[in-house]
Design a binder for this molecule. Structure first.
Ligand code: PDD
Length: 283
């Protein structure tokens, strides 16, 4: 198998040479932020929005920028092109760089920046027939709006989900659903879609935002309101949104079957509207 090309600190290199120091603060402290953008029809989808969010995450942790956003976008596209991706994902991470281990920021910061791409089926995602989620308590910190690389809580949540035979975690605080391990969550009741309003408790998902924008095309009324795990279980439909999944139906919550156990009409229209927009933007 040929090794893919990655990008690190300004150079395109083989993945075998794409390495960071053991003193990198992302390795030592999870002191970094990241983005994952989809590739559709060979082109980056919503790269501009992902890079605006990256800049915000960087500002929120006082991380200086190392490269202009336009260059990062060009790198992400180039990695997708070199990888021959029609559909897939590009990952980009910015860290506070390597320094002697000390919790507070180093005086001189040289950020580490790297990116890689990988193929993934998005338009005909094998999970589009429906996935299971596993309910876990949300044990994260109070700045879940920052797309931080410190993700041990999500790693544990998603591993618990996998062990329960589920695709994703449904995280909750005292019964109130926050989000998925790496996705935003929605429920549908009587034709209306509900998703939790933005706050520090969840990531402002780009896919979530696009769904709010295409909801009219999909003829889906949306209310941004928090819901409980019990309300999700009693919902007619539930779905996931993320750059890696677009819109996927949740057909069971642990052993409880949601609605009819198949993709419902609202989820189906939202997924179709999302894909139609992606098609428009990339053709
Ligand atoms: N995760 N919430 C969390 C905690 C996430 O990690 C993600 C995305 C989302 C959805 O955001 P968006 O629609 O912008 O992808 C919500 C990425 C895909 C990941 O970590 O792989």
């Amino acid at each position: 198998m040929s090794l893919r090309t990655c990008w690190i600190n300004g150079s395109y290199v083989s993945e075998a040479d794409a390495t960071v120091s053991i003193f990198d603060r992302s390795v030592l402290f999870g002191d970094g932020v990241y983005e994952v953008a989809a590739v559709f029809n060979g082109r980056l989808l919503d790269a501009d929005r992902h890079l605006v969010r990256l800049e915000r995450s960087m500002r929120e942790i006082a991380l200086p920028s190392a490269y202009p956003v336009a260059q990062l976008e060009a790198v992400m596209q180039e990695l997708a092109t070199r990888g021959g991706l029609t559909e897939g994902l590009v990952y980009l991470q910015v860290t506070r760089g390597a320094a002697e281990r000390d919790f507070a920021f180093p005086e001189q910061v040289t950020p580490t920046v790297f990116a890689f791409a990988r193929p993934k089926r998005l338009s005909d995602d094998p999970n589009a027939s429906g996935v299971r989620v596993h309910v876990v308590p949300d044990i994260r910190w109070q700045r879940c709006d920052i797309k931080s690389t410190a993700m041990l809580a999500q790693v544990l949540a998603k591993q618990a989900a996998r062990q329960a035979g589920a695709f994703e975690a449904m995280m909750h605080e005292d019964g109130l659903v926050t989000e998925g391990g790496s996705s935003n969550l929605w429920i549908v009741r009587d034709g209306v879609a509900y998703t939790r309003p933005l706050s520090n408790d969840i990531l402002a998902g780009i896919t979530r935002h696009v769904c709010l924008e295409v909801a009219d095309d999909a003829a889906v009324p949306v209310v941004q309101r928090a819901f409980t795990v019990d309300q999700a279980r009693a919902a007619d439909e539930c779905f996931i949104t993320s750059a890696t999944s677009f819109v996927l139906p949740i057909t069971s919550i642990d052993s409880h079957v949601v609605g009819t156990g198949a993709m419902g009409p609202v989820t189906s229209r939202m997924r179709a509207a999302y894909l139609a927009r992606a098609e428009r933007l990339t053709r």
